[in-house]
Design a protein around this ligand. Structure first.
Ligand SMILES: CC(C)(COP(=O)(O)OP(=O)(O)OC[C@H]1O[C@@H](n2cnc3c(N)ncnc32)[C@H](O)[C@@H]1OP(=O)(O)O)[C@@H](O)C(=O)NCCC(=O)NCCS
Length: 170
């Protein structure tokens, strides 16, 4: 259902948004393998990641419905080696209670647009879990193609987790 899509507002994240952003992310860290972190990061660490991106003029976006943060997405440096300077990685998380409403699409669509405007040429998504079919379909829907699977690359909740690499030419 897309009934709420018209109510989704995308904007740059601000420091005051991070309690809600951390809440969204903590659920996935604590309960799923879609993130391969094993303990929720501290608030200060979330702020550091935000600063790492924004200090490089990379977008860190939030989505709001009725003033409440329901998802976030950000771009971050793939690798510091200079020949990767046109390559960017992204991450997107939507609150577990607001999936399927177009929030992720709105976030990643804007993130792609902003990275393209900054002259990045390739965007990478690293998806934990070859069984994360929602995320794979979500990225395909925005023009990403699957470039490879790294088998048994993470180990969480006592099991090996594959990671799926997907890329989009910007
Ligand atoms: C994956 C995720 C970001 C998608 O965001 P979302 O707001 O739920 O997805 P949207 O409503 O914007 O869906 C956009 C498109 O993605 C695809 N899609 C989304 N969820 C899907 C699902 N469960 N199954 C199949 N396709 C799906 C569809 O093509 C959909 O388009 P449609 O509604 O016209 O069919 C979100 O579900 C999420 O945060 N999941 C957990 C965290 C995660 O895996 N993040 C990715 C880390 S790389």
């Amino acid at each position: 259902m897309r009934s709420k899509k018209e109510n989704i507002v995308i904007s740059d994240a601000k420091a005051g948004d991070f309690p809600e952003i951390l809440d969204i992310y903590t659920y996935y860290v604590a309960n799923t393998t879609v993130s391969l972190e094993e303990s929720p990061p501290a608030f200060e660490e979330m702020l550091k990641r935000w600063k790492d991106s924004t200090d490089k003029s990379l977008p860190y976006l939030v989505a709001k419905i009725d003033g409440r943060i329901v998802g976030y997405a950000y771009a971050f440096q793939y690798r510091p080696r200079t020949a990767y300077r046109f390559t960017i990685e992204e991450s997107v998380y939507v609150s577990k209670d607001h999936q399927g409403l177009g929030v992720g699409h709105s976030l990643l669509f804007d993130l792609i647009k902003q990275c393209k405007e900054k002259n990045y040429k390739q965007m990478l998504a690293v998806i934990a879990g070859a069984d994360n079919l929602a995320s794979i379909a979500f990225h395909k829907n925005l023009g990403f193609k699957q470039s490879g699977v790294l088998e048994k690359f993470g180990f969480k909740f006592n099991k090996w987790v594959d990671t799926v690499l997907m890329q989009k030419e910007l």
